[in-house]
Ligand binder design. Structure first.
Ligand SMILES: NC(=O)c1ccc[n+]([C@@H]2O[C@H](COP(=O)([O-])OP(=O)(O)OC[C@H]3O[C@@H](n4cnc5c(N)ncnc54)[C@H](O)[C@@H]3O)[C@@H](O)[C@H]2O)c1
Length: 278
C-alpha cells in the first residue's frame, strides 16, 4: 500500500515508521528540510532499538528504505491513504487539505491525527468528506498500541471499516469514537489530571503520594502528574482550554498551578522541569 504522511514532527515520523515496519511504501513530507533530516535520524535510531530487542526482524536499513523523505508533496500522488500530522492549527491543516484535494484519488482516505480539532469542522474543506476520518495515534507511536478512530458525520462506513483494517495491519489496537471534543482519551484523561493538580493545590497531599495512589491503587503505569510532565504542560493546558471552551463545563478548566508553571516555561520533561525536576 502507498501511504503519504504529511508533517515529519514527533507524530508524523512515528506514523511513517510504523507503516514502513508493516511493509508499506511511505512518502514522508514536511515543509522544513531540517524536520525531514531529523526524522530520518530518529526513525533509524528507533528502528535500531526495536531490532536489537527482537521486536522487528527486518534490518533498520531495510525498513528505512521503504520511506521516501521529500519536501515535494506531489510525490504522494495516488496514495491509498494520506495521514496529516502537521501543526494543531485549523488554518494550517485546511490550507494543506486544499492541496490534498487535487492530489488524492476519489477512493483515497484522508486522515487527520488531530488531538482536539473537530473532524466535522476539518471535513468542510475536503473535496470528498465521506473519505475523511480521524486517526489519533499516541506518542511514542512505535510503542503505543492504541489508535482512536474518529468518525465524522459524513464519514462513509466503508472508510471506517478500511481504517480499522489498516490500524490492525500496523499491529495496533483501534477504538472508535464519534466526533466529540477530546474523543474518548482526552475527555477522560484531562479531568483526571486536573483533579490531581487540584488535589496538590489544595494541600491534600504531596505530588509523589498523589502519583503513587494512582499507580499502586489503580494500577496506572504512570501517575497523573508524572504523565502531565511527559505530555508537556503547555500541551495539557491547550487541550484543557479547548475542552473547556467547547463543553463550557468547569470540569475541564485549566487550574492556576498549571497556568503558572506554563507561564514560567516549566513545561515538564522537555524543559527539564514541571511538577518534577528531570
Ligand atoms: N505530540 C503528541 O503527543 C500528539 C499526540 C497525538 C496527536 N498529536 C497531533 O499530531 C499533530 C502533529 O503534532 P506533533 O506533536 O507531531 O507536532 P510537531 O510540531 O512535532 O510536528 C509538526 C510538523 O509539521 C510540519 N508542518 C507544518 N506545516 C506543514 C505543511 N503545510 N506541510 C507539511 N508539513 C508541515 C512542521 O514543520 C513540523 O515538522 C497535531 O495535530 C497534534 O495535535 C500530537
Amino acid at each position: 500500500m502507498k501511504v503519504t504522511v504529511i508533517g515529519a514532527g514527533t507524530m508524523g515520523r512515528g506514523i511513517a515508521q510504523v507503516f514502513a515496519q508493516a511493509g508499506n511504501d511511505v512518502i514522508l513530507t514536511d515543509v522544513y528540510p531540517k524536520a525531514l533530516e531529523n526524522a530520518a535520524g530518529e526513525i533509524l535510531k528507533s528502528l535500531g532499538k526495536l531490532h536489537s530487542k527482537g521486536v522487528i526482524q527486518d534490518s533498520p536499513e531495510t525498513v528505512q528504505k521503504r520511506i521516501i523523505f521529500t519536501g515535494d508533496l506531489s510525490q504522494g500522488k495516488n496514495s491509498e491513504i494520506y495521514i496529516e500530522a502537521v501543526l494543531e492549527r485549523f488554518e494550517v491543516k485546511s490550507d494543506l487539505y486544499k492541496k490534498l484535494n487535487d492530489l488524492a484519488g476519489d477512493d483515497s482516505i484522508i486522515a487527520s491525527n488531530t488531538s482536539s480539532i473537530s473532524i466535522n469542522a476539518l471535513s468542510s474543506v475536503i473535496r470528498k468528506p465521506e473519505n475523511f476520518i480521524g486517526l489519533h495515534f499516541f506518542n511514542p507511536v512505535p510503542i503505543m498500541k492504541l489508535v482512536e478512530i474518529i468518525k465524522g458525520e459524513r464519514t462513509d462506513p466503508n472508510v471506517v471499516k478500511k481504517s480499522l483494517d489498516i490500524v490492525k495491519q500496523l499491529g495496533k489496537v483501534p477504538v472508535t469514537s464519534n466526533d466529540f471534543p477530546g474523543f474518548i482519551s482526552n475527555r477522560i484523561l484531562m479531568p483526571l489530571i486536573r483533579e490531581a493538580i487540584l488535589t496538590l493545590e489544595e494541600g491534600v497531599s504531596t505530588k509523589e503520594d498523589i502519583d503513587q495512589t494512582l499507580k499502586l491503587g489503580m494500577n496506572h503505569p504512570m501517575g497523573p502528574l508524572e504523565l502531565a510532565d511527559f505530555i508537556g504542560l503547555d500541551v495539557v493546558q491547550d487541550i484543557m482550554k479547548v475542552l473547556y471552551e467547547e463543553f463550557g463545563n468547569s470540569r475541564f478548566m485549566p487550574p492556576i498551578t498549571l497556568r503558572n508553571l506554563v507561564n514560567a516555561r516549566k513545561l515538564g520533561r522537555k524543559s527539564g522541569e514541571g511538577f518534577y525536576k528531570y
